[in-house]
Design a protein around this ligand. Structure first.
Ligand SMILES: Nc1ncnc2c1ncn2[C@@H]1O[C@H](COP(=O)(O)OP(=O)(O)O[C@H]2O[C@H](CO)[C@@H](O)[C@H](O)[C@H]2O)[C@@H](O)[C@H]1O
Length: 210
């Protein structure tokens, strides 16, 4: 998964996923501008396997995280030296998540992502909404809705790993509650704030007493 080669970066002129804009506005009669990016709405899911008392998470290569790991002064257009900056710098641990595109139904999107990425077929009514929040505030203000779902081994119907025809390459990672606590105690993690909040929410609200 971290065997990344032939990396090159170019300016973005059009994209179906990301749209950059400059907003002009007045705040208290002071004229201002802000450069922002419009993104799709998304869902994320805290998945707990009650048979094995494990959280089900996903590991994947994130190009933006890889790019962010390159020191600013060395980021340039054109090719990137992957022997100096190996693909492992872009591997993240996250909640299962996905863009809301096929349907506008957030819980249904969550259900589909749990199946595609993690291989669990969980009933729609078992998805509990945790909260809706802004996954970014500086450059993108996109909304992400977090769900919680409990699964059992019986619901595991496939390997997961993402949609091969969309080129998704996802590793399913299961973590026990002590492992989750250890993960949260580190000083530097390759994870978004949403995962960290989701794990804390789980420990505070759902984790079985140890
Ligand atoms: N910027 C991009 N460039 C090129 N192809 C892209 C792309 N974004 C999506 N895609 C394509 O769309 C597919 C599906 O993406 P997903 O719905 O799984 O969202 P993802 O899990 O990447 O991000 C989800 O999780 C993260 C982390 O929580 C959220 O930031 C995000 O909004 C949410 O959709 C990807 O495999 C890829 O083929």
């Amino acid at each position: 998964m971290d065997d990344i080669k032939d990396v090159s970066v170019e300016p973005l002129t059009s994209s179906q996923f990301v749209k950059p804009y400059r907003m002009h506005y007045k705040q208290n009669n002071v004229e201002k501008i802000w450069d922002l990016v419009s993104l799709h709405e998304s869902v994320s899911i805290i998945i707990f396997n009650t048979d094995r008392k494990k959280l089900v998470l996903v590991k994947q290569f994130r190009p933006a995280v890889y790019y962010g790991a390159i020191p600013r002064e060395e980021r340039k257009l054109g090719s990137t030296d992957t022997s100096k900056y190996p693909g492992s710098a872009g591997l993240t641990l996250e909640l299962c998540a996905g863009i809301v595109d096929k349907t506008k139904d957030l819980a249904l999107t969550a259900k589909e992502e749990v199946l595609e990425e993690c291989g669990y077929e969980a009933p729609l009514e078992s998805f509990e909404k945790v909260l809706k929040y802004r996954s970014g505030v500086g450059v993108s203000g996109d909304q992400q809705t977090m769900f919680y779902v409990e699964v059992t081994d019986k619901m595991k119907v496939s390997q997961g790993g993402g949609l091969a025809d969309e080129g998704e390459m996802i590793e399913v990672v299961e973590m026990s509650i002590p492992e989750v606590r250890q993960y949260l105690n580190q000083s530097d993690v390759n994870s978004p704030g949403g995962l960290l909040f989701g794990l804390m929410w789980f420990l505070n609200n759902k984790a079985p007493k140890e």
